[in-house]
Design a protein around this ligand. Structure first.
Ligand code: IPE
Ligand code: IPE
Ligand code: MG
Length: 249
């Protein structure tokens, strides 16, 4: 039935069909280059990177995103000069102190994901502090990948499953995708719908290898300290136009 112009377009006007990613994961890259371009120490880039995090958390809440994962420090990043590693750890602690209260007030629940090894006592205390302080947040869960490596995560999952089989708690034939996924550090975290990596690099660098199976990817050229709330909105706009098929037609 042809019911004319208004009838045809009405459903589009009336329903807000814009797809919003439930989980956005970001590889925050380019702090060092940002600093170098300005003749500053790499540390200054990390410092400005924290400012970008503040804006992106706000933008994620405003856009109705429920999960935001930020890749803050990879297991490989321990191999950087000791002074830079120390500066990043120090910055983490200072940020927890300066932002914790506001994050809690914004309804942001913070979770730190990664192996809790190699950290100093002070960093471990800050991790526990921020998780406790923000545990009541129900608007956005901010997962900070800190000393995270996806391969290591999968090796640990394999070890824990093998142990459960050896103990007789689990049968080999019961190890399926769901069972494997629930042995990962991301247990109870939905897979990322959108993965963003700033600075024009197009690689995962050991981030969420299992979880990214059907993620959409977005690689803006801007360096992380320049990734503003507007840049986040642009990513949301780009995502809204993606067609996800999951292998179907
Ligand atoms: C990302 O920025 C932050 C961390 C990896 C901790 P980089 O420090 O990797 O910046 P570039 O890639 O050297 O510019
Ligand atoms: C990935 O960035 C890790 C984080 C953003 C924390 P890197 O800068 O460490 O990755 P590569 O060395 O360019 O692959
Ligand atoms: Mg980098």
């Amino acid at each position: 039935m042809n019911c004319g112009f208004y009838c045809v377009h009405l459903p589009d006007i009336m329903s807000d069909k814009r797809a919003i990613p439930n989980h956005v994961a970001i590889i925050m890259d380019g702090n060092g280059r940002w600093a170098k371009q300005r003749g500053k120490e790499r540390y200054e880039g990390h410092l400005m990177g924290v400012e970008a995090v503040r804006g992106v958390v706000r933008a994620a809440v405003r856009n109705g995103v429920s999960w935001l994962t930020l890749y803050a420090f990879s297991t490989e990043n321990w191999g950087r000069p000791q002074a830079e590693v120390d500066a990043i750890m120090e910055l983490f602690c200072r940020t927890v102190v300066s932002e914790g209260k506001e994050l809690a007030e914004q309804g942001v629940r913070v979770r730190i994901m990664g192996e809790r090894t190699r950290f100093s006592k002070q960093v471990l205390e800050m991790i526990e502090h921020i998780e406790r302080l923000t545990s009541g947040g129900d608007r956005l869960t901010l997962v900070l990948a800190f000393n995270y490596s996806s391969r290591r995560e999968m090796v640990l999952a394999a070890q824990s499953l093998a142990e459960r089989v050896a103990n007789g708690e689990l049968k080999v034939k019961d190890i399926d995708e769901e069972c494997f996924a629930s042995s990962l550090m991301t247990v109870a975290i939905p897979d990322p719908d959108l993965i963003i990596r700033t600075s024009g690099e197009c690689r995962l660098s050991n981030f969420l290898l299992w979880q990214a199976s059907y993620s959409e990817f977005y690689f803006p050229e801007v360096l992380w300290p320049d990734f503003t709330e507007e840049e986040f909105d642009k990513a949301m706009e780009e995502y809204a136009h993606r067609e996800r098929r999951y292998g179907l037609v």
